[in-house]
Design a protein around this ligand. Structure first.
Ligand code: HEC
Ligand code: HEC
Length: 263
């Protein structure tokens, strides 16, 4: 039986000894009833029913304000996004982060939007976490809702993938805890009033009640870094883009459900 828990990249061939050892681990994992951690589950499932209904309500979801503004920005400006993207971009949210042949690196959706602004609209890039960039991102995520995440892992993007995977399993901060120790090993446990989810990215950008605002996935990463008293990285940093790429790959099978609502 394959072991989908960690969704790690295929490794080099392993010896029979290691395989037997792994089989033992797998059976003990099954016996100890940690099966729940084996399939991908969206963070939505770990929210209270009040928050779930807020997210599911087309008009009650506070993110609708950003989606509306995003739709206007997409359509109304001179030399608008829409003037080039008439056939809509409903697949984009599910395909990002993605390697750009143009820029010779993996870009997330925010960076792709800014690349278009700079290259094709001859405008300055929007600041990360600005109302405008969150709105355009929220709009693209909204029109991509319901699509399964489909990340392309190939020769060009594998280095970024490896960096993200490494980051995910690396202990950090004064508390010396890695992402996986919370989001794989302790899923379902309570932590400071939250129920630990698998740390899936499919609800972002999300309106967080704690923020009283819409926030990007990178803002969430920063909260998690600060939670273990680690120095957070910059929004849009190569480290966070790599982490996002790895998480998007790890989320295989989940559908885009953003913009979400979270505690
Ligand atoms: C000390 C435990 C802890 C660590 C370590 C941690 N997080 Fe989190 N994380 C949380 C808590 C608590 C939440 C909010 C509840 C939830 O969804 O798990 C959260 C939420 C998230 C979410 C949002 C999930 C959703 O659906 O809203 C993502 C994505 C995430 N974390 C990614 C990461 C990544 C990547 C790392 C490593 C850099 C990390 N986390 C490290 C505790 C942690
Ligand atoms: C003058 C034409 C033009 C304008 C204006 C433009 N784009 Fe683009 N856009 C492109 C081209 C060409 C590509 C493919 C380019 C590439 O891969 O480098 C692209 C790619 C994209 C993609 C990635 C699609 C995918 O599936 O990979 C997104 C998302 C996107 N644009 C969003 C926007 C947004 C949002 C705006 C407005 C802020 C915008 N674009 C404005 C021409 C344009």
């Amino acid at each position: 039986m394959a072991r989908p828990t960690r969704n790690r990249a295929p490794r080099k061939k392993t010896s029979t000894d290691t395989l037997i050892f792994r089989a033992l681990i797998i059976s003990s994992v099954i016996l100890s009833n940690v099966i729940i951690a084996m399939e991908s589950i969206s963070g939505f499932e770990f929210q209270s029913s009040e928050i779930q209904s807020l997210q599911s309500d087309t008009f009650g979801n506070p993110a609708v304000l950003w989606v509306d503004q995003g739709s206007t920005l997409f359509t109304d400006e001179p030399n608008s996004c829409k003037s080039c993207h008439e056939s809509n971009l409903s697949k984009a949210a599910a395909n990002y982060p993605k390697y750009s042949n143009d820029q010779k690196k993996v870009l997330n959706l925010e960076q792709r939007i800014n690349a278009c602004r700079v290259s094709y609209q001859k405008k300055l890039p929007l600041e990360y976490e600005s109302k405008e960039l969150l709105s355009l991102t929220a709009y693209l995520v909204e029109i991509g809702r319901g699509q399964p995440l489909q990340i392309r892992l190939d020769e060009d993007s594998v280095k970024t993938f490896k960096a993200g995977e490494h980051y995910y399993f690396e202990r950090r901060g004064q508390l010396n805890i890695a992402c996986n120790q919370c989001h794989d090993d302790n899923v379902g446990r309570k932590l400071r009033g939250d129920t630990l989810s698998q740390g899936q990215p499919v609800g972002y950008p999300a309106y967080r009640l704690e923020w009283q605002n819409l926030g990007s996935l990178h803002r969430r990463f920063r909260s998690c870094n600060i939670g273990v008293r680690a120095e957070p990285f910059e929004y849009g940093s190569p480290e966070y883009v790599a982490l996002e790429f790895y998480l998007a790959w790890r989320a295989k099978g989940l559908i885009i459900e953003g913009p979400g609502v979270r505690r």
